[in-house]
Design a protein around this ligand. Structure first.
Ligand code: FA5
Length: 335
């Protein structure tokens, strides 16, 4: 019995350490250490031995098994992964087509906003923000639109329920970014040059150029000698740079806003005699300056509120504003 074990050990070690590649090693491992291998056979045969020999033989067989197993593990570690791959133990088929990694991309409105911000920043404007849930005061009254004023009908409003009944002030989803003008002037002394981008909401029917939720970029410039000429120069420079076209056609139409005087509407040509209204604008009404704590006898300014979605529609030739909000990848993947 003892000599059998010695022989098994010697031959096993030779087969394992002499294996030239992974295939041979696997074969040697199976032959000596496998479930139906030589050592397992030896253990099976123990039951035929007299009881007094069985224990000692079992211990020796165990020691041989451990020695062979250690030799096997050591040798296995020597073989490189490539070698194992070669015989297919870990198969990587380099000819298989790879899995495409879809990269994310920026939403067209984000692209347009970033570009607009960069152009205004290069002209000395800072970027300011205000809340989307506004009070009636900032959205309307401070902008010279008291409750009884018919101009309130220009902005169909989502009014919100005030949870705290002690607070009597009415709240709403802001209908435009103009409240940021007032909030900013309350905290900062002129001269002022800001843009204020953000989401606005209107309770109105949607169509190809109207959404209930869209984006505006407010602009405000206040200084000692600001006139409509400054306004025109800034707006024209912006559009020329934004559309990368010195011949871009802009039309200023006289209009009415309670918070500007005089007021304009800015249209941009879509070609073939078609125009798209892009922004409302005007010289800041002295009452708005006063409501925000600015001395209107010393300071004047202009303001505008530009539809960011419409800016993107013209830039990318998109004919329906609703596409921006449908999250359809066939649309979004074009940008
Ligand atoms: C205003 O909201 C004024 N606050 C703009 C302003 C600011 C005037 C500062 C004077 C001084 P208006 O309602 O016209 O104005 O909206 C401004 C722009 O927002 C429009 O020219 C248009 O480009 C865009 N806009 C308006 N309603 C919608 C809508 N439902 N969907 C998409 N864009 C819209």
């Amino acid at each position: 019995m003892g000599t059998d074990l010695e022989k098994i050990k010697e031959e096993g070690l030779l087969a394992i350490s002499g294996a030239q590649d992974f295939l041979f090693l696997e074969e040697a491992g199976r032959r000596y250490l496998g479930k139906k291998g030589v050592i397992a056979d030896f253990f099976d045969g123990l039951k035929d031995l007299p009881a007094e020999e069985r224990r000692a033989a079992g211990q020796k067989a165990n020691a041989v098994k451990i020695t062979l197993q250690e030799a096997y593990d050591k040798k296995r570690a020597q073989f490189t992964i490539e070698e194992r791959q070669k015989i297919g133990a870990e198969k990587i088929d380099v000819t298989m087509p790879g899995q495409a990694v879809e990269s994310g991309r920026l939403h067209p409105l984000t692209l347009v906003l970033r570009e607009a911000e960069n152009i205004f920043k290069s002209m000395g404007f800072e970027v300011a923000f205000g809340p989307e849930v506004e009070t009636e005061w900032y959205n309307f009254d401070a902008l010279n639109i008291p409750e009884w004023h018919p101009a309130r009908d220009m902005w169909d409003t989502f009014w919100l329920k005030q949870g705290n009944t002690k607070n009597k002030e009415k709240i709403l989803l802001r209908t435009h970014t103009s409240p940021v003008q007032v909030r900013y002037m309350e905290k900062h002394k002129p001269p002022i040059r800001i843009i204020a981008p953000g989401k606005v909401f209107r309770y109105e029917a949607t169509d190809a150029s109207h959404e209930i939720q869209f984006h505006q970029v407010e602009g405000l410039m206040v200084d000692e000698n600001i006139s409509v000429a400054n306004f025109k120069a800034i707006v024209e420079t912006f559009f020329q740079r934004f559309f990368d076209n010195k011949n871009i056609k802009i039309r200023l139409r006289p209009s009415y806003f309670p918070f500007t005087e005089p007021s304009f509407e800015i249209d941009v040509s879509r070609g073939e005699g078609k125009w798209l209204e892009l922004a409302g604008a005007g010289m800041v009404h002295p009452k708005v300056l006063t409501a925000a704590g600015v001395d209107s006898s010393k300071w004047q300014g202009f303001a505008f509120g530009m539809g960011l979605d419409r800016l993107a529609m013209i830039k990318y030739k998109i004919n329906d504003i609703r596409l921006f909000y449908q999250n359809d990848l066939r649309f979004l993947n074009q940008f």
